[in-house]
Design a protein around this ligand. Sequence first.
Ligand code: SD4
Length: 293
Amino acid sequence: QSQKPLILSTWEHGMPANDRAWEVLVQSGNLVDAVEEGVKVTELDMDNLSVGLQGLPDREGIPTLDASIMKGDGSCGTVAFVRQVRHPISLARRVMEETPHVMLAGEGARQFAIAQGFPMEEETLSPKAEEMYKEWKVESKYKPIINIENHDTIGMIGIDANGKMAGSCTTSGLAFKMHGRVGDSPIIGAGLYVDDEVGAATATGLGESIIRICGSFLIVELMRQGRTPQEACEEAVRRLVAKNSKDIKDIQAGFLAINKDGESGAFAVHPGFNFARHNQQEKVLVDSKSWFK
Ligand code: SD4
């Protein structure tokens, strides 16, 4: 049954993020403001080691951030591999609204942030990140190790009372990634996709596995062909498992989707993925079903 307006976010920190998004949506009626302000809560959350400048750094000890924002009319903006910016989601929104481009990366994104008046933050690691980085350096394992309980990227998708949709996604990416590595979150169609004609999807987990199947775009296209959000998420995971079969025991990924009728779905590779759902009736944390039990 229809639940419009509806906001979904990945993981438990989606609860406070959804609260803020809901508040903004109710006050302003502006869903893009809502999905931006919502995930800004997570970007400031010092307990979150996968989002924002307090997130775990890359192998050189530098936190580098990815973010994207998209509206159902096709407008979108993203930033990748950006440093020293507290709110990469707001920078992604500026790319969407203030430039002729969709994506800015690295030093160019940082220069754009400066030009837009964003403060530049120090690159000192948070105490928790510092400690984990030191521990990691002892062995400096080259291959990223996926701890399936340790994904914290926030992806948020929402639909308003009129059926307009928007989404946002923000992350510090994989812990101890190679310097310059970019994940799925700032890739339109991988970490996020929104189309008012059909629905919206977002992803969390090992970005490489998600990019490989154009995960979020795939889900929206499956819904376009008539699948429910739940069926579309399950088919995307089936495809992700097939295309990443060699390492699948170490790969976690989870998807969220809504369609234009306000129905929703979620599915993950392994157990442990959960998401926050907020509508007029309830705000709940839901355990996602998964491919492996
Ligand atoms: C990435 N998808 O950069 C992100 C990581 C993630 O929780 O979801 N972490 O690959």
